[in-house]
Design a protein around this ligand. Structure first.
Ligand SMILES: [Zn+2]
Length: 300
């Protein structure tokens, strides 16, 4: 497989929002494992906006252990703008323009974006990310919804992006080639999915966790969360990833015959008190260390 082959393929790019690397190590992800081994990588952003701004400009989380590996070939970068300064590094897909979407649209691909965390609410004029797409579909809660436990600690099903694999893949299959981006919110707090509904205990823990996220400050003694509580919350994120993996299995089976290049990664991770803080948006190894899978689907 050479770079020309990769450059001509359709593309599936997925971000598992807030998914920790150590959670991905523990999770059962047979569909993601079809792409290749789980890679430990470092994100250029600590929260959704800068991480995706980098991603759409070709800056994926960087593998800690060396180049990206796709079907036995090694690449320093999967995408890199041809407008950037010249490099000796091995680039799988040099792209034209300032964003991946601009490049693939110019080449005649159907470019489709879908999101679930509020930075992707295309009705919010403050959001710049969905405007980078010619076509964007948002499934999350309205970004201007008042922030209360009742609006945030909720069961989720219809507002999870990967619940819509059917209509999203139908859009892709209307064209000869496609670029599909999916931001998956299931791994983002509150971690609920159709397979993982709220329990009374989870509801209380999530309300505490949201308060710790919102405080954006160092805490002592985790202010009400025990190590066992944190284990319960991390297990929720693990089950949310496993739900996403099952839905990605459906996505891959629908689009596999197009033999797309697939990259799945977290945009950033999440701290659970290891350095005294909770959440993301600040520099800590649990925030910058993310899981990544890449590969091609051949035949599906
Ligand atoms: Zn995010």
């Amino acid at each position: 497989m050479n770079g020309t082959d990769l450059a001509q393929r359709s593309v599936i790019l997925v971000t598992l929002d807030s998914c920790r690397y150590d959670v991905a190590v523990q999770a059962h992800t047979p569909n993601l494992d079809r792409l290749g081994p789980l890679v430990r990588a470092e994100s250029p952003g600590t929260y959704t906006l800068p991480a995706h701004a980098g991603l759409f400009n070709g800056f994926l989380p960087r593998p800690v252990s060396g180049p990206f590996s796709i079907n036995g070939r090694h690449w320093n970068m999967i995408w890199r703008s041809g407008a950037a300064r010249s490099t000796e590094r091995r680039v799988a897909v040099p792209f034209e323009g300032s964003t991946l979407m601009e490049h693939y649209e110019h080449k005649g691909y159907r470019v489709v974006g879908a999101g679930g965390v509020t930075f992707f609410d295309s009705s919010d004029p403050a959001n710049s990310l969905p405007a980078l797409f010619p076509e964007f579909h948002y499934f999350g809660r309205p970004s201007r919804t008042p922030v209360t436990p009742a609006t945030r600690v909720v069961d989720r099903d219809a507002n999870l992006t990967l619940a819509y694999t059917g209509p999203l893949t139908d859009l892709c299959l209307e064209a000869d080639r496609f670029f599909l981006f999916v931001n998956c919110p299931s791994t983002h707090i509150p971690y609920t999915t159709p397979d993982n509904p709220l329990t009374d205990r989870a509801q209380k823990l999530l309300e505490v966790l949201y308060r710790l996220h919102d405080s954006q400050r160092n805490t002592s003694g985790h202010e009400g969360l025990t190590a066992e509580d944190i284990g319960v919350l991390l297990a929720m994120q693990k089950r949310a990833l496993e739900w996403a993996d099952a839905r990605l299995g459906d996505l891959f089976s629908r689009l596999g015959t197009r033999r797309p290049l697939v990259v799945v990664c977290a945009d950033h991770g999440e701290e659970f008190g290891e350095g005294g803080r909770f959440g993301h948006g600040h520099p800590h190894r649990t925030v910058s260390t993310v899981p990544l899978w890449c590969g091609v689907l051949d035949g599906g």
